[in-house]
Design a protein around this ligand. Structure first.
Ligand code: FMN
Length: 340
């Protein structure tokens, strides 16, 4: 088979995901707090992929401004990633509806009561993370339009299971029901081709896009990525089993110690009865948002959090996002052409 046949096969395998997203290729740039703002999101969608604004801890007013600014930079579809535990989730959904955002991703747990209905009533397609087969089935029953299956190789907050195992468990069971996008540890097109052949509708990458020219991440943050290898991207350690701490994968640095200190502080205030469990979780999440900001925006890659996935070793240069997509697509095409 020639690589033009590889190209035709890739288009065929990505057709369902691309149609769902309204993009040329079924590759999402996963939302990354502080990194996935107007510039990266618009560049991703303009390059034929699908960008997602990371709402993170933004207020409804800030999200409103970010969506408007992104729309000014692209007329291609893009989505918004909201976090389930945000105290103003309902207002954030209303902002998305007002802007007629076409796709909303809900991250950080199952959709809270009423949120799924509100998102769909606003006309957006809802995408949720499925950390296990049982939850994938439950989410589909409750009416989500697509799933992201993300393994522990990923950067940022992670679950306990690897991408390859989740893909094998979940794709054969549910890929015919809703589009499933596989995420975590994908650095090259060969892996994209493999997951598509297993039934994925597309893929989501984060780490690979951090060093895009259009990414506003601080030069120190990008340098840390370019220097790092897979084994430098480690999961955070949970000190107190009572604390609802979701592990975070980031580059090893002194910030790991600061997180331990934060956990001790929150655990003590739980002991004293000064803090309830939900508030403790929120405090931990605020800690991460602050630590990530310190690294991404301020460039303090020693004390901040340099969230990165294990694919970080495959990030070797700063380059335009269109070139990254072209490289991924080219590798996938060659891999598919070789199948014969
Ligand atoms: C720096 C960084 C920040 C991230 N922030 C978020 C976030 O705010 N919300 C979210 O749902 N996922 C977040 N993620 C996960 C990405 O959206 C994406 O799913 C993940 O990076 C895919 O795995 P990969 O890193 O192996 O490519 C983040 C990842 C990175 C590397």
């Amino acid at each position: 088979m020639t690589s033009s046949t590889g190209a035709a096969r890739l288009i065929q395998l990505m057709a369902r995901g691309a149609e769902f997203l309204g993009s040329e290729v079924a590759i999402l740039c996963g939302a990354m707090s502080w990194v996935s703002e107007r510039n990266l999101v618009a560049a991703m969608s303009n390059a034929g992929g699908f960008g997602l604004i990371a709402c993170g801890a933004m207020t409804p007013e800030l999200l409103d401004a970010e969506i408007a600014a992104t729309k000014a930079l692209t007329d291609k579809p893009f989505g918004v990633n909201l976090i389930t535990m945000h105290p103003l989730l309902t207002d954030l959904i209303a902002v998305c509806t007002r802007h007629q955002v076409t796709h909303v991703v809900l991250a950080g747990g199952l959709p809270p009561a009423g949120s799924l209905e509100a998102i769909k009533a606003g006309g957006a397609k809802l995408i949720c993370f499925a950390p296990a087969l049982s939850l994938a089935k439950k989410l589909i029953r409750s009416g989500v339009d697509a799933l992201v299956v993300e393994g522990m190789e990923a950067g940022g907050h992670i679950g306990p299971v690897s991408t390859s195992v989740l893909a094998q468990e979940i794709l054969p069971e549910v890929a015919d029901k809703v589009p499933v996008f596989v995420a975590g540890g994908i650095g090259r097109g060969e892996a994209i081709a493999a997951y598509l052949e297993m039934g994925a509708a597309g893929v989501q990458l984060g780490t690979r896009f951090v060093c895009a020219t259009e990414s506003i991440a601080h030069p120190n943050f990008k340098k840390a990525f370019l220097r790092a290898s897979a084994r430098d991207a480690v999961a955070s350690v949970q000190l107190d089993p009572r604390l609802p701490v979701i592990p975070v994968r980031a580059l090893k640095n002194a910030g790991g110690e600061l997180f331990s200190a934060k956990q001790r502080e929150v655990a003590l205030s739980l002991d004293d009865g000064k803090t309830a469990m939900a508030e403790a979780q929120l405090q931990i999440e605020h800690y991460w948002a602050g630590a990530l900001r310190r690294a991404v925006i301020d460039g303090d890659v020693e004390h901040g959090s340099v969230m990165a996935g294990q694919s970080v070793g495959m990030v070797t240069k700063e380059e335009p996002i269109a070139d990254i997509i072209a490289a991924l697509v080219g590798e996938a095409e060659v891999a598919l052409a070789k199948r014969g």
